[in-house]
Design a protein around this ligand. Sequence first.
Ligand SMILES: [Zn+2]
Length: 920
Amino acid sequence: MGGMSMAHPQQQPGMQSPPLGAQKQQQRTRRAYAAASPVQNAAPMGATGYPPMNSGAQQQGYPPAPSAPISGPQTFVPGAQAPAPVPAPGSPYGRSPGDTALMQNPGQAHYQQQQPPQQMGQQAPYEPPKPRIDPSQLPSPIAVHTRDQEVYTSEPYSTANKTYVPIVSTEYTAVDEGNSNPRFVRLTMNNIPKTAELLKSSHLPMGMIVQPLADLAPSEDPVKLIDFGEEGPIRCLRCKTYINPHMVFINGGKSFVCNMCRHENDVPDDYFCNLDMMGRRLDREMRPELRNGTVEFVATKDFITRAPTPASFVFAIDVTWNAVQSGMVAQAAAALKSALYSGLGLPVGTKVGIITFDRSAHFYSLSPLLDQAQMMVVPDIQDMFVPIHEGFVVDPLESRHIIEPLLDALPTMFAKNHTAEPVLGAVVQAAHEALRARGGKLFVFQTALPTFGPGSLKQRDDAKLHNTDKEKALYEPQDSFYRDWAVKLVEEGISCSLYLFPAAYMDTATLSQLSTVTGGELYSYPAFEGGRDGQRLVADLRADVNRTYGSSAVLRIRTSDGLRVDEHYGNLFMRNHVDVELAGVTSDTAIGALLQHDGKLDENQDVYFQAALLYTTSDGQRRIRVHNLAIPCTTLIGNLFKFSDVDTSMNLVAKVAVTEALTTPLRSIREKLTDQCVQIHTAYRRNCATHNSPAQLILSESYKLSPLYTLSLLKSPAIRSGADVPVDQRVYHMCLLRQFSVRKSLDYLYPTIAPLHALSDTEGATDEATGKFVLPALVRASYPMLDPAGAYLLASGGSLVLWLGRQVSPSFVQDVLGVSSLEAVDINAHELPELSTTLSQKVRAIAERLVPARAGYANVQIARQGMDRAEVPFALMLVEDRNNDNMSYVDFLCAIHRQIQIETRPKENRQEQPKWSYNS
Ligand SMILES: [Zn+2]
C-alpha cells in the first residue's frame, strides 16, 4: 500500500504507524513506565499481556499482507462477549454495584513458571512477566449496553427512580412520574454531593446536558400542553421557578413552598384546591403540571416581543464553477426537493425561499400565481437588498409547481457559470433583511473561502503552526464580520445551518460562527463528489429540515439554592450569565451546563433542577417547555461514583475541552483529559477500594468505560496530535463535539460494529413478538476481533463501512453484493444493491438500523481486507487499537493503572517518579 510508513516491530495488524516523532515519544513513555514499574512493565507496553494481538507481531505494517495469516483473531469468536456478571442481590436494575478489577501482578512463583525452558537455571537477564489481561475482561461498551438493554426491554422506566437512569443508547419507554424523561435532561451524576469539597475529592464533573425538544419514543406519552390563560403559569414570586410536582402545598392549600428557594408563596384564588391527608392537592392527578416532570405552557403576552409567525426557511445555494462541477448544486437541489416533498416534509406552517449566489446574489419569486419562478439578480453586493417583497418566502405546497421545476433546472441553469468567489457575506445580509421581523432559518451551501464582497476572508492557514501551541490561533475567527452578523441574526430569531464543501482551506473557524452563535449546526463534506457524497447530503438535509424546530428561544436553568450553573456549552449566545439565547432550537439541540456549589446542600432534601425553554413553534405558537428533576443529595463519595453517568459526563467533558481549545494548546488539553481520567479513578481507589491490592486496577462500575472514552476522545480529529489533521477538519470536529447530544457523542466515541456473516434466523429482522429489531451481537472496535472469514458493518458518526474479510465466503458476496467474488466487488458503489435475497434484505435493514438518527443511511464505503485503501480510514475508527497517534486500549489502561499506583503511594515514596508524560 503506497504511502504507508514503515512497520514498527511491536505493531499489531490493522494499525498505522504513528509519525516518527510520536513513536519516539511513545518509546520514551514506555521506558518511563518501565522504570517506574520493574515488576510489571519492563515488557514493551505494546506487548502487554495481550497474547492474541502479540502473535501477529511478525506481520509488518498495515494493511496486513495477504500472505500473513492473522493468527490472533482465531482465538476469538467474533461477537462473543464476556458473560454478563450476575446481578447483585438486591439490585433491582440488574447492575452489579461492584467494582471492576482488571489486572493483577502475578507473584514471583508465577513468574518462574513463565520462564521459557532454555532460560531455567541460567543467569538470564531479568525479564519480569507481563501482566495478563484477559481481553474479554476489558470494560466494553457492548457488554454494558447489552445488559442495560435487557433491563428495559420488557419493562418501562419510571422517572420516579431518580438514581438509575437508562443508558442513552438503550431503547426504553419512560413513564413520566414527576421527573423529566432522560431524553430531555441527563445529569453527569444522579446523586448530588452535599458540598464542594466532596465533589472536588471525587474529581468527577458535575453538570447536565439539556435537550429540550428531544424526540420521544413512539411508545411514550406526548408532552402535555397547559393553558393558564392571561395570568400565565403559576411561578415562585421570588425566583420565578415554574409550578412543578416538587412544590409543596401548605396551610390547607393556601400557600406553596418553592422547591428551589423555599420561598412561601400565596396560591391564587382560582388555583386553590384542598389537600388530602398526605398534604397533597386533591386535584393532583388531574393536573399535569403537578404530576409530570415535563410539561409545556402557553406563553402569555409578556413573553412575546413581536408577533410570532410561522417559520421561514431560506436556502442559499452557491452556484459558482466548483459548486456546479463537484455536483453539489445538483445534489443540494435534489436533497431540497426530497426534504420538501417526500417523507415528513417541513414542520407545520413553514414557508420556503430560495437564493442562489456566485459573485452576485439571485433571488426567486416563487409566488403560486406565477407560471414559473422569476429570478432577480442583485449585482451590487456592496449594497445588498432583497428585490422581492411578495413571493420570496412561500408555502412550499401552494408553490410546488414553481419550486420543483426550479430545483430541477438549477444545475443546468448554472452549468456554464465560470465565476468563482461565492459572496457568502452578502447572502447573510440579504437573509437577515428578508427574515427580519419574522424569524426563521438560513441554510447555506458554500464551497469556497469567501474572498469577494462583504465578509471577504484571507487565506491564513499556515502549515508551520500545525501541531504547535500556536495552532489555536487558527481556531479563532480571523475577524468579527460573521460573528457580528450572527448576533444580528440572533436578534431577529434567525438560526443558520451551514453546509460547507471544502475543496481547499475555507476557514471553517470563522464561517462556523454563523452556526455556533445562532443555535444552528455545521455540516462538512471535504472534497465533495456528488456521486459519492450525495446520499449523505440528502440524508443530512432531510434530517435537518424535517425535524422539530422552534425559534427565538431562551433557555434558563434553575437549581436549588446551594448550586448554580457555572458555565453553559453548546451552539448558543449569551448576553448575561443566565439566559441562553437560541435563535433556533431543534429536537437535536443539546446544551451543556457545568454546575458548581455556591453553598451547602441539605442531604435530607432532594436537589432540584428546572430547565425552562421559551420558544416559538414552527407554526407560530409561543410556548414554555419546562423540565424538572429531583435528585438525591449525598454525603458519601461512593454514591457519587455509583450513580454517575459516564456518557453524559464525557459529552460535557468534550464540550468543555473543545471550548478551552480556543485559549489552551491542544497538548495541554490532552494532558488535562488524561489527568482528569487518572484523578477520577485515583479518587475511587483511594476512597472506595482501599481494601484491594495495589496491583489491581480497580474501576468504579458506573465509570469503568471512562478510560476507553477518554482515549477515544484523545484520538478524535478535534483533539489528537499530529500535523496531518487539516485545520478545517479539526475545527469541524470541535464543532461536532460542541453541538452533539449525549446519544450522538456516544456514537462518535465508540463505533458500532455488526457482524453480518453468521446471522441467525431472528437477527437482522424485527421480532414479531416484541416488535423490536434484533441486531446480531456487536463486536468490539479492534482489528484482531474481526474474523478474516467474516463481513462487518461499522457505523461511526456519519460513516458506514462494509468491511469484507479476505476469506469471506463467495456466497455472502453473491447474496449481498450480487457478484461472484471479492475481486469483482465494485468498491466505488456507495449503496448496497437491493437484491431479493434474505441476506441482502437483512444487511440493508441492519445498515439503516446502525444510523438511526438519519432519514436514510449514509453512503456505504466498501473496504476489502488487504485490498482497498478504504481500509485505512476504517482501521483508524477502531479505537481500541493503537492508532491516531495514540495508544491501544490495553496500553492506555496499563498507563492509567501505573499512574494511579504512583498517585496512591505514600508521599515519601513518590519522589523521582516520572511525571505523567504520555503522548504529547
Ligand atoms: Zn423560588
